[in-house]
Design a protein around this ligand. Structure first.
Ligand code: KIV
Length: 285
């Protein structure tokens, strides 16, 4: 598989007869290798790692250093998928210089692009990043970093007025230079209109089928996350169940003396074993 570039992703449209782009989150080397072997197009080191990996209640707790740490783990696998790292909350809200320095940390950790949340409020930061040669992915609709303002993880753009605002935000982001836009938690009709109204691809999560790609959280799709499961998550495996069965079988084998067996044990040569046994018999414990 050859790695897509930011300009290739920007030009990628389902309306041109291409299959939807496949994006999945990856927070560490094993998940990056699995996603890579499965042939995904885009890997997202999402700030969802706050909730999925670090056990926080929302995404507001992670720092640039946290995301850089996980981005570096993903990048060390040298994936042929394009790697995008999330700019966490408050890393792109204060000044363009702070935004640029924070994005540079993620690029130096191994990402090829950054993603940030919000529409018209973020245009200055998007433009500054693009002019510093950093590809930017937008993210509108349900933006989890706004959870306290929205009042929960709620579906957005549920009426005509909000859909018009969403479309305008997407158009403004495109004009500011983003190469793609994540649409999260919006009705299918709104996602379809946004997708038709802009010239860069949309990647949906909880946004229905009329987008240029789909993204899911790795742990949701493989069944490693047992928290709240939104209706848009499709489970393709039940790894948490399998892992619990595996660990309880191990615990039972340890307790009953069945683990480790002879083939799982290192042995010294018989001469050394005998020598050590004689030595041991002379020791007074
Ligand atoms: O952090 C994340 O996982 C995301 C996806 C939900 C798009 O931003």
């Amino acid at each position: 598989m050859t790695k897509l570039t930011a300009p290739e992703i920007r030009a990628y449209r389902v309306k041109d007869g291409k299959p939807p782009l496949v994006m999945v989150t990856a927070y560490d080397a094993p998940s990056a290798r699995i996603a890579e072997d499965a042939g995904v197009d885009l890997l997202l080191v999402g700030d969802s790692l706050a909730m999925v990996i670090l056990g926080y209640e929302d995404t507001l707790q992670v720092t640039v250093e946290d995301i850089a740490h996980h981005t570096a783990a993903v990048a060390r696998t040298r994936p042929s998928s394009f790697v995008i790292a999330d700019l966490p909350w408050m890393s792109y809200h204060i000044s363009t210089s702070e935004t640029l320095m924070n994005a540079a940390k993620l690029i130096r950790a191994g990402a090829q692009a950054v993603k940030l949340e919000g529409g018209r409020k973020r245009l200055e930061m998007v433009e500054a990043l693009v002019s510093a040669e950093i590809p930017v992915m937008g993210h509108i609709g349900l933006t989890p970093q706004s959870v306290n303002v929205i009042g929960g993880f709620r579906v957005q753009a549920k009426n005509l007025e909000d859909t018009a605002v969403l479309i305008e935000d997407a158009q403004l982001l495109e004009k500011a230079g983003v190469f793609a836009i994540v649409l999260e938690g919006v009705p299918d009709v709104a996602a379809r209109l946004v997708t038709e109204s802009i010239g860069v691809p949309t990647i949906g999560i909880g946004a229905g089928p009329h987008t240029d790609g789909q993204v899911l959280v790795f742990h949701d799709l493989v069944g490693l996350e047992n928290g709240v499961r939104p209706k848009f998550v499709r489970r393709y495996a039940e790894l948490a169940e399998d892992a619990t069965k595996a660990v309880s079988a191990y615990a039972s084998d340890v307790r009953s003396g069945l683990f480790p067996n002879q083939s799982e044990t290192y042995h010294a040569s018989s001469a050394v074993t005998e020598e050590i046994s004689i030595y041991g018999s002379k020791l007074n414990f």
